[in-house]
Write a protein that binds this ligand. Sequence first.
Ligand SMILES: NC(=O)c1ccc[n+]([C@@H]2O[C@H](COP(=O)([O-])OP(=O)(O)OC[C@H]3O[C@@H](n4cnc5c(N)ncnc54)[C@H](O)[C@@H]3O)[C@@H](O)[C@H]2O)c1
Length: 317
Amino acid sequence: MALPSEGPLNGLSAVVTGAGRGLGRAEALELARLGAAVVVNDFGQSGRDGSGEACAAPAEEVAAEIRALGGRAVAHTGDVADFRQAKELIAAAIDEFGRLDVLVNNAGILRDRMVFSMTEDEWDSVIRVHLKGHFNTTHFAAAHWRERSKAAGGEQVYGRIVNTSSEAFLAGSAGQPNYAAAKGGIVGLTTSTALALAKYGVTANAICPRARTRMTEDVFAGFQLPDEGLDPLAPEHVAPLVGYLAAPAAAGINGQLLVVHGGMVAIVERPRVQAKFDSKQETFTYDELDALLTPHYADRPPGETFAAADVLGLKRG
Ligand SMILES: NC(=O)c1ccc[n+]([C@@H]2O[C@H](COP(=O)([O-])OP(=O)(O)OC[C@H]3O[C@@H](n4cnc5c(N)ncnc54)[C@H](O)[C@@H]3O)[C@@H](O)[C@H]2O)c1
């Protein structure tokens, strides 16, 4: 399959983190298919928990795959959670392709454990790769776009950020306190970034993908591959939405959260205030709160929390 010569991302350059495997690989290929020149980043460790030596092969193989299809791609094999290496990653796109237009933050690891058993290192490493990793690249990309806008006398530039959250944040995930917290943090980072960069012409959105990758191979082991057609859990179902959000057509979409898998996209509504109570005095007392909140929660099913468990039931159909 050769890449088409014209596409909505023609002339644009993109960075995709963690693109040596899984979802990031599918997203990098899709951005290239739509016409973007791509920096394929991956630190390349062998363990999905971030264990093992750094390895250049995953990023280099995907970059070579894109070039073999007729696209433009280079590999970057750094750690996105390292501030200096993230700076080099954004600089690599600017050096290689003249500027950066699209940043897809996707790199991630898993270290699952119940909150009462989790070690400090399991907590820190997952927060570091996901949340700090997203911040690091966003910081340097945002500085680049602000500089370009200033140099153009305050004109808007082209910038797109697609971040990767998870249903583990939205729906809650008892065995993943570190991961759910990092993914919730990424949604906060996304809305903050969306507000801060809108005036420069830059959008930031987040997706909650679902796909069969090495990260989820045991979770989805029970879901058999169909005899024919695309696996409903293939990462290729997620990539088109990332390509679309990166494109000029998505200019009006900013600060949004979308669930995507298996030929389905669901737009998540923002949290809304469900009930409001005002103190009859200057401020609340214990007794007043007890009188208002205890009956309010009395009939609520005990398992019902802020978590949006119903998103787990979304499927095509
Ligand atoms: N697979 C799913 O169902 C699912 C669901 C929700 C969210 N996600 C998220 O999607 C993203 C991609 O996950 P995946 O399922 O493709 O997993 P994956 O393990 O197949 O791919 C993740 C890639 O990130 C790379 N990576 C890890 N740490 C890195 C670092 N510090 N710097 C650079 N690269 C690094 C890994 O080497 C790997 O190639 C992750 O953020 C994950 O949390 C996945």
